[in-house]
Design a protein around this ligand. Structure first.
Ligand code: AMP
Ligand code: ZN
Length: 138
């Protein structure tokens, strides 16, 4: 398996730029972007730029780096979004709900009880873009 890229993989295509994303953060080894079917406002995916199928397939140094970045993104969202909590998780295998077979961490912000931001948002392309530029991490 070539871990650099998989030509069938939608997340590898996002890394290569052949599919667009709502960009949040990038460094040499990882990329974060908004989930296109968000569970709450600000639902973000964080992926390694290299293709690994899931957590079990990914070298530990990369898992450590992605978790460090997930923590930075979450801390940033406390301020940028007014989030007050998070679910941060990864699915391993289709029986656990993994659909995209390129390792990714879900960062799902939560807000005070009764906030509409806890609901599944229906966002236009423009609204996704506005949100991403508002909460981008530099
Ligand atoms: P999982 O079920 O853990 O494999 O999660 C895959 C996630 O990727 C889902 O939440 C999808 O909404 C999301 N997703 C699929 N395609 C894209 C895409 N092109 N851009 C952003 N998110 C995507
Ligand atoms: Zn991939």
């Amino acid at each position: 398996m070539d871990h650099l890229k998989n030509s069938e993989c939608i997340f590898c295509k996002i890394v290569q730029g052949s599919i667009p994303c709502y960009h949040i953060y990038e460094d040499d080894t990882c990329l974060a972007f908004l989930d296109v079917a968000p569970l709450t406002t600000g639902h973000t995916l964080l992926i390694p730029k290299s293709h690994y199928v899931n957590l079990l397939d990914t070298p530990s140094f990369l898992i450590a780096h992605l978790n460090t970045i997930a923590k930075r993104i979450a801390r940033h969202y406390l301020e940028a979004l007014g989030a007050t909590g998070f679910k941060i998780h990864t699915n391993v295998g289709k029986n656990a709900g993994q659909v995209v077979n390129h390792y990714h961490i879900h960062i799902i912000p939560y807000y005070p009880k009764n906030s509409q931001l806890n609901e599944k948002p229906q966002l236009s392309n423009d609204a996704f873009q506005d949100l991403a530029s508002k909460i981008k991490l530099n």
